[in-house]
Design a protein around this ligand. Structure first.
Ligand code: PMP
Length: 361
């Protein structure tokens, strides 16, 4: 029988590896591997889900008007320029499907998020990786990496897994410098952690070649219900809506996200607590001889002498019930990404790294 084959390039896609959530034979686990909010979703979001459960027999809204309106009000945006997706992953996917195909190039940075490559390849396009400078997005390198074939340029700001970010002037220079046929995608999955940063929303409004993506998975603590959104010029929103499934978000997900975005007090509390513990954790790790770059997100990229030491530390942490993220797949073999947890988790991970550095194995 003839072998049924997928589209060219599909089998070159490396499977996405999520953060681990358990270690065999170890209990009392603390999971610091997926940049989740240690405080979970707000009470308001949970209550909204309890109410939405009674609507499970109904199809959800196809145009997400209540959620888009709520996002627009909270962030001071135009609801007509918003599209909602199954996580921001889905918005990334729509962008690649709609704008990049065979023969086209999708530029992403050396330590950029894995989905850019996956979605580009799934669309039949060619991902093009450009260097960063000391784990910081390098605008000149990106501009040098663009060609006549470039259709999309992805940067995450703050970046995952480095935690670093670049300023608005650099982003504007990038938007101005990319080729005319290309769209700059500003992935703001961690934008909420940066006080006063709009994720590039104003730039989206000022230009016709910039798209911003955001998520409810991080600060809002809703990774499990899968809601993200994009902010883009109207004609791009129109294009993306044509390939969006009409019922891509469930009633439960829509209700949770709408309540979460309106709960300003909870957002503020989680942001402040993250900043406090991130500073504490970075300093504690440094005292144990483990440096990191200044992070602007809800994780720290802890750097070790080499891959061997990073992996040995990871194994020691696992043995002690702490799961962090290896990032060798992001060209960072000598580092471990540690999510900023609650105070007890931060103390536990810092203490255990300290024991490791003191020679325990
Ligand atoms: N962008 C970045 C930079 C991320 O780190 C993540 C989550 N790991 C996402 C996008 C996707 O998040 P989600 O699909 O949950 O919105």
């Amino acid at each position: 029988m003839a072998k049924i084959v997928p589209q060219p390039g599909i089998m070159d896609i490396a499977l996405y590896e999520g953060g681990k959530s358990k270690v065999d034979g170890v209990s009392n686990i603390v999971k610091l591997s997926s940049n989740e909010n240690p405080f979970g979703p707000s009470e308001a979001a949970q209550e909204a889900v309890r109410r939405a459960v009674h609507e499970m027999h109904r199809y959800p809204s196809t145009d997400h008007t209540p959620l888009r309106t709520a996002i627009a009000e909270v962030h001071g945006l135009n609801a007509d320029n918003i599209i909602c997706g199954v996580g921001s992953d889905e918005i990334i996917h729509f962008l690649c499907q709609a704008y990049a195909g065979p023969g086209d190039e999708v530029v992403h940075t050396e330590h950029g998020f894995a989905m850019y490559k996956i979605s580009a390849k799934a669309a039949g396009a060619t991902p093009v990786e450009v260097k960063e400078t000391e784990r910081v997005t390098d605008v000149d390198a990106i501009l040098a990496g663009c060609t006549k074939k470039t259709k999309l340029v992805f940067i995450a700001n703050p970046n995952n897994p480095t935690g670093t970010m670049i300023g608005m002037a650099e982003i504007e220079r990038l938007a101005e410098g990319i080729p005319p046929q290309a769209i700059l995608v500003l992935d703001g999955a961690y934008a909420e952690y940066v006080e006063g940063y709009d994720g590039g929303a104003k730039l989206v409004e000022a230009r016709d070649n910039v798209v911003m993506t955001r998520t409810f998975s991080k600060l809002y603590g809703l990774g499990g219900v899968r809601v993200g959104w994009g902010y883009a010029p109207k004609d791009i929103i129109d294009v993306l809506n044509r390939i969006r499934g009409p019922f891509n978000l469930s009633n439960v997900a829509l209700a949770a996200a709408e309540a979460a975005v309106k709960d300003a007090a909870y957002v503020e509390k989680c942001r402040a607590e993250n900043t406090r513990m991130r500073t504490w954790l970075a300093e504690a790790l440094m005292e144990h001889g483990v440096p990191s770059d200044t992070s602007t997100a809800n994780f720290i990229l802890a750097r070790f002498a080499d891959q061997e030491e990073a992996e040995a530390c990871d194994l020691f942490l696992q043995k002690n019930g702490i799961i962090v993220r290896r990032v060798a797949g992001y060209n960072l073999p000598a580092a471990l990404r540690i999510t900023v947890g609650d105070e007890a988790s931060c103390r536990r991970v810092a203490h255990t790294v300290g024991l490791f550095k003191a020679g325990e194995r």
